[in-house]
Design a binder for this molecule. Structure first.
Ligand code: SF4
Length: 131
């Protein structure tokens, strides 16, 4: 069996910055579900010990990061996080515990996504905008 030094698993392509040098992504904004994460991570586990949770997005924005980290630990991974650090700095300055923020942000993000889909769908149906 081939052994990899490390593997990358993008848990989100959503980012709170838009750095000038970043190529970004054309894929729709998404967050990998904990269930899909477990399926993919379990397949990677025989091939590597080191799992990086980052490609193009900001992993600390994932509303189920706690579940993903718990699963990674259960599978025996050494987890690496690459972050732009902005969220940690803001939460630290405001004195907000990270878990409390996740509980707030998860439902809020779901509501925003549903409303966005509704508004875009209505826009497409009534021929509004350059679609
Ligand atoms: S923080 Fe990283 S992913 Fe986000 S815009 Fe900058 S380079 Fe791209």
């Amino acid at each position: 069996m081939r052994t990899l030094r490390k593997a990358y698993l993008e848990i989100t392509n959503v980012c709170n910055l838009s750095c000038a040098f970043c190529p970004g992504t054309r894929k729709p904004a998404s967050f990998l579900s904990p269930e899909d994460f477990h399926t993919l991570a379990a397949k990677l586990r025989p091939h590597t010990q080191y799992l990086y949770l980052h490609l193009m997005g900001e992993p600390l924005l994932h509303p189920r990061l706690d579940a993903i980290l718990a699963q990674a630990e259960e599978l025996g991974f050494h987890v690496m996080l690459t972050t732009n650090g902005t969220l940690l700095g803001i939460l630290l300055a405001a004195g907000i515990p990270y878990k409390k923020w996740l509980k707030f942000f998860g439902p809020l993000f779901a509501i925003i996504m549903v409303l966005s889909m509704i508004f875009v769908s209505v826009g497409v149906v009534i021929g509004l905008g350059p679609f």
